[in-house]
Design a binder for this molecule. Structure first.
Ligand code: ZN
Length: 498
C-alpha cells in the first residue's frame, strides 16, 4: 500500500475534526426533534451556533486552502477515494468561503426567526405573519446566489447545494415533459380509485402493534438495529449521528397503520443507504451520500416500488394480521389497492405517487420566479391558489393548505424541492435496472426476501459514496441520465394492475 502524501493526511485529519463537530451537531438536532424539553430551546440554539461556528472556522481556515491546493497537485485518479474527497472538499470550500461570515450569521438569524413566524402563521393560517420574514429570506437567498455565483440562473447556485452538477434548465425541461404525461395518467387513475370505498383500512391500530410490525418490516429490508433505532416525531426523518448510529423517526395515527408503515419504509430506505456507505470513509465525501436526488431515490424505491406492490402485501398481509386482527377481512389485492389510492389533495406530504410531482412542479415554478424576481412574496398566496386550482380543480381556502404547508421556505431551503421529483424518477429507473440485472428478483420480493435487491443497491449506489456526480452515477448504473420514462411506465403499470 502506498503512503498518502502528507498534505492529504493533514487535510484528512482536519476534515475528520470538522466531521466530529458536525456529527455532534446532528446528535443535538436529533435530540431537539425528539426528546428535548421545550425550555431547553434557547440554550440548545447557543450550543448549535457554537458548534456550527467552530466547524465553519476549521473548514474555511487559510491552512485548508493551502493543503487543498497542494493536494490538487498530487494527481489523484478522479474516481479514487482521494480524488473524490479532494474534488468535493474543494467544491464545499469554495462555496463556504464565498459567503461572508457576517452574511452567514445574518442568514442564520433570519432563518430561525422566520421558522418561528412560519409555525405560528401556519397554525393560524395567516400568511401576513410570515410575509415579512419570507420576503427577507427570499432577499437573502438571492444575495446568497450572487455570492456563490452562477452561469445561467441564480437558481443553479441554490440547486448545487442539494444536487451537485444539476442545472435549472434541464430540470425545467424534464418537468415540462413530465407534467402532461402525469396529467394524462391522472384521469384514469382517479377514475380507478373512485370505485374504492373511502377509508377502507380505517380501524384501531394500537401504537405498540404498529411499532412491532414496522420493526419487523425494517429488519426484513436489512436495516441494522444494532446500528440504528426508531423514535417518534411529528415529521419523519432519517439522520446519521456517527459510525454505527443511524436514527429513523416516524409518527403514529391509531386509526391508520399505513401512515407509520410507509414512512418507516421510506426512512429505512434512507437508512439502508446511510448504513451501506463505506465506513472507512465515514463523514468524508467518499463515504457520504452523493445528493438529495439519489438519497430520495432510495427512500422512494423501498416505499413505492417495494412497499406499494401486490407482492409486498401477498407476503406481509398474513403477518400484519397477527398484529392487526382488523386486517383479516381484506385480501392482499384490497390492501394494495388502498395504499395505491390516487386522489387530488392539498397537502404534498399526503400525496400519492401520481399527483406528488405536480405538487413539486408548482413549488419549483414559484421558487424560480421568486429567485429571478418574476414574482414578489406578497403575490405568492394568490399565485399558488390560482395555479393549484388550474392543476387540480381544487380551490385553496386557507393558506395552511396552500403556500404555508411546507417548512422548506421558512428554513431558507429554496432549491431543495426538485430533488424529490428527481428521487421519484431515479427510483423507478434504478428499480427497472435492478429487475433487469436480477431476473429472480420478482420471485424473491414475493417471498419477502430483500437480500438480492439490497446487495445490488449496496454495490451500485451505497458503496460508491460521492465518488461520482449524481448524473454520472445514474449513467454508470442504468446506462442513461435521469429520465421520466421509467417512472411513467411504473405509474402506467399501476393502472393496469389487478
Ligand atoms: Zn425522504
Amino acid at each position: 500500500m502506498t503512503t498518502l502524501p502528507v498534505c492529504y493526511q493533514k487535510l484528512l485529519k482536519r476534515m475528520r475534526e470538522v466531521n466530529l463537530l458536525n456529527t455532534t451537531t446532528s446528535i443535538l438536532e436529533w435530540d431537539q426533534d425528539t426528546y428535548m424539553p421545550h425550555a431547553a430551546s434557547a440554550y440548545r440554539a447557543e450550543q448549535l451556533a457554537y458548534l456550527g461556528g467552530r466547524a465553519h472556522r476549521l473548514f474555511t481556515a487559510g491552512a485548508v486552502a493551502e493543503l487543498l491546493a497542494e493536494c490538487e497537485q498530487q494527481g489523484f485518479a478522479p474516481d479514487s477515494a482521494e480524488g473524490a474527497n479532494v474534488r468535493e472538499w474543494r467544491r464545499h470550500y469554495d462555496r463556504a468561503v464565498r459567503l461572508p461570515a457576517s452574511f452567514v450569521v445574518r442568514f442564520g438569524r433570519a432563518k430561525s426567526l422566520s421558522y418561528e413566524a412560519w409555525r405560528e402563521a401556519r397554525k393560524q393560517s395567516n400568511f401576513k405573519l410570515f410575509k415579512p420574514h419570507f420576503s427577507k429570506i427570499v432577499a437573502l437567498v438571492r444575495q446568497k446566489a450572487d455570492y456563490l455565483g452562477y452561469e445561467a440562473s441564480p437558481y443553479d447556485a441554490l440547486l448545487e447545494a442539494y444536487e451537485p452538477g444539476a442545472r435549472t434548465e434541464p430540470i425545467a425541461q424534464l418537468f415540462a415533459e413530465l407534467r402532461p404525461a402525469i396529467v394524462a395518467i391522472l384521469g384514469p387513475a382517479l377514475e380507478r380509485s373512485a370505485s374504492l370505498p373511502k377509508d377502507l383500512l380505517q380501524g384501531t391500530y394500537p401504537v405498540a402493534a404498529q411499532q412491532a410490525f414496522n420493526r419487523r418490516v425494517a429488519e426484513a429490508m436489512g436495516f441494522d438495529f444494532t446500528a440504528g433505532r426508531i423514535d417518534t416525531t411529528t415529521h419523519p426523518f432519517c439522520s446519521t449521528l456517527g459510525v454505527g448510529d443511524c436514527r429513523l423517526t416516524t409518527r403514529y395515527r391509531e386509526e391508520d397503520f399505513t401512515d407509520s408503515l410507509y414512512s418507516i419504509l421510506h426512512e429505512a430506505g434512507h437508512g439502508l443507504y446511510e448504513q451501506g456507505l463505506p465506513p472507512a470513509h465515514f463523514g468524508m465525501p467518499a463515504g457520504a451520500a452523493v445528493s438529495m436526488g439519489i438519497h430520495e431515490s432510495q427512500s422512494r424505491l423501498w416505499e413505492n416500488h417495494v412497499g406499494r406492490s401486490l407482492s409486498f402485501w401477498e407476503y406481509w398481509l398474513p403477518i400484519a394480521c397477527e398484529y392487526f386482527p382488523n386486517l383479516k377481512q381484506f385480501t392482499a389485492a384490497q390492501v394494495n389497492a388502498a395504499v395505491n389510492r390516487v386522489r387530488l389533495s392539498f397537502i404534498r406530504v399526503d400525496a400519492d405517487q401520481v399527483t406528488y410531482d405536480l405538487h413539486i412542479m408548482l413549488r419549483f415554478d414559484i421558487e424560480l420566479k421568486l429567485v429571478t424576481g418574476q414574482l414578489g412574496v406578497p403575490d405568492v398566496p394568490a399565485y399558488w391558489n390560482e395555479q393549484f386550482e388550474q392543476m387540480s380543480g381544487l380551490k385553496v381556502t386557507k393558506d395552511s393548505d396552500g403556500c404555508l404547508q411546507d417548512v422548506h421556505w421558512a428554513g431558507g431551503g429554496i432549491g431543495y424541492f426538485p430533488t424529490y421529483t428527481l428521487g421519484n424518477l431515479n427510483a423507478a429507473q434504478l428499480m427497472q435496472k435492478a429487475r433487469q440485472e436480477n431476473p429472480a428478483l420478482e420471485g424473491e420480493l414475493k417471498g419477502g426476501h430483500y437480500q438480492t435487491l439490497l446487495a445490488w443497491l449496496r454495490q451500485k449506489i451505497y458503496q460508491e459514496g460521492s465518488r461520482y456526480r449524481p448524473r454520472e452515477l445514474m449513467e454508470r448504473v442504468t446506462g442513461e441520465s435521469t429520465s421520466i420514462r421509467h417512472h411513467l411506465e411504473h405509474l402506467r403499470g399501476k393502472l393496469a394492475e389487478g
